[in-house]
Design a protein around this ligand. Sequence first.
Ligand SMILES: [Zn+2]
Length: 220
Amino acid sequence: MVERPLGDEERRLAAALGRGPDGRSTDLASGLGAPRWIQRSLKFCANCGTRLVEGIPPTEHRERMACPACGYIAYVNPRLVVTTIPVTDAGEALLLRRGIEPSRGKWAQPGGFMEIDESVTEAAIRETLEETGILVQPGRIVGLYARLEAAVVVLVYEARIVGGEARRTPEALEIQAFGVADIPWAELAFSTSFWALRDWVLARAPETPVPDAFPGTEVW
Ligand SMILES: [Zn+2]
């Protein structure tokens, strides 16, 4: 296949299209490479132990860390964080006050890193149960939110509560249901939680006043 290079106008269009709704969840520009904390861990070849070298390998289109001895390429990709917004019979969102860092004491929806040996919905169900004691049935996807600095993509399901009982856990100091008008915007733990809850509120009750930007502080 012969690749035709994009013209300037096409390049601008591609950049604009790529910064869709999920682009709001990060303040970083695209194309800056892996975050520093990941780069620091890419020193040696996982295959043969040789020191990795940065450059564009013959088969690639961008700079990567690659092994000069065996050709191994150390790919780095975002990790999937799977979360849910459990919705009560009264139409309220169940949030937890985080018991662990980052952002201990602030509010977020339950969720966590997807394991290598489970499906996406299994991850959503498991994480919600572990953190809150609530059994959910994941429904529609509210959105997918990229956070470049943390190298994560956060998937947010709206979920129906089908069992279990809300309880405090090491990960949840408190669990509380919030109506669409009562979301604690400034006390949310992450910008991704902010955008997801904003999208959820506006889909459910479009007239609800919501902030235009994350009013809280993000620590991670
Ligand atoms: Zn190697």
